[in-house]
Design a binder for this molecule. Sequence first.
Ligand SMILES: [Zn+2]
Length: 89
Amino acid sequence: MTDYIQAKGLIKGYVKAYREDMPAYMRRALELSMEALDKQIPVTPGYEDGGFDEEGQETWYPVCISCHSEIDEDYTYCPTCGQRIEWSD
Ligand SMILES: [Zn+2]
């Protein structure tokens, strides 16, 4: 995980130093690279209210906190946005 953070820091520093000299497509490619690196850093899922079941118990379902899509508890990546998911015990 620290490799992803370090790589993002290096790219960010490069973009900051050479922003004015690089073509727009290169800047865009580096921005997309930083976004992709961010998605490799695991996040714990959120939970949204699923209403009440037939016994009147409140239900919750897990969601990706990056895009708020519903996710299954065996997913290690969000199938919608690619965010890496870390399930806590
Ligand atoms: Zn997502």
